[in-house]
Write a protein that binds this ligand. Structure first.
Ligand code: PMM
Length: 251
């Protein structure tokens, strides 16, 4: 099972606001993850936390492109975490080798086309609309059935746009328009997602359903979740810290 390390280039990720220092800080963080054996670096410039506002395309590019360019030759595949086709394209030109779209192609009508043309792996996450008001959309009959049905629609759209089955990776989108019990039901039934026949990525790292404390205080629960998922047949986990997850996967 692969460990995808998160590099969030959003202002709240930096101790200081200056872009030069931010670049240094980001590269140091990325290289620390590489030294710990990260399999993929997931680089994003737009926060998707519940309640977050969107950032402009220019601001998103200014955050991610210098970092991707600097890391492109470091030997670890880079994934661009974006909902924008134009950002995905620019990131690929700068050296990214995978697209991580939390909207599964819903936020930008050009995204699936760009992903298909790139022939690179494309991660389609389950999503019910922008983070600003997504919590109001956490309403399900049977959450596993409903999320799989909505993901299947995204799978059909992706295949229809020309993305190959081998390039497509699906993600149930833990924490996106989901209450705690929804996330746990999905985890309990993750085999049904694996059974769809695509690689599955799970991103539960430090999310609110893992505990009421601070994100850092949810690290132990995140590592336990990785251990629990390690026998499920999923392809990868998207996490903030690399070494504890590598350790629990390869004791
Ligand atoms: N979660 C976040 C951002 N990007 N991408 C995928 N594929 N899956 C996720 O679960 C996911 C994601 C939000 O979490 P963060 O703010 O801790 O990065």
């Amino acid at each position: 099972m692969l460990v995808m390390g998160i590099l969030n280039l959003t202002p709240d990720s930096f101790a200081d606001g200056g872009r030069y220092n931010s670049l240094e800080t980001a590269l140091n963080h990325a290289r620390a993850m590489i030294a710990e054996g990260v399999d993929i670096l997931d680089i994003g410039g737009e926060s998707t936390r519940p309640g977050a506002d969107r950032v402009s395309a220019d601001e998103e590019l200014a955050r991610v492109i210098p970092v991707i360019s600097a890391l492109a030759d470091d030997g670890v595949p880079i994934s661009i975490d974006t909902m924008r086709a134009s950002t995905a394209k620019a990131a690929i030109d700068a050296g990214a080798q995978m697209i991580n779209d939390v909207s599964g192609g819903l936020a930008d009508s050009q995204m699936l086309k760009v992903a298909a043309q790139s022939k690179l792996p494309y991660i389609a996450m389950h999503w019910r609309g922008a983070s600003k008001d997504m919590n109001s959309r956490a309403v399900y009959g049977d959450v596993v059935h409903d999320v799989i049905g909505e993901l299947q629609e995204r799978i059909f759209a992706a295949l229809d746009a020309g993305i190959s089955q081998e390039s497509l990776i699906i993600d149930p989108g833990l924490g996106f328009a989901k209450e705690a019990e929804h996330n746990w039901s999905i985890i309990d039934h993750i085999d049904e997602f694996v059974g769809l026949g695509y690689r599955v990525l799970v991103g539960g790292s430090r999310k609110r359903f893992l505990g009421a404390g601070t994100p850092d205080e949810r690290e132990a629960a995140t590592v336990a979740l990785t251990k629990r998922l390690s026998t499920s047949g999923i392809w990868g986990v998207r996490v903030h810290s690399v070494k504890p997850h590598k350790d629990v996967l390869h004791p």
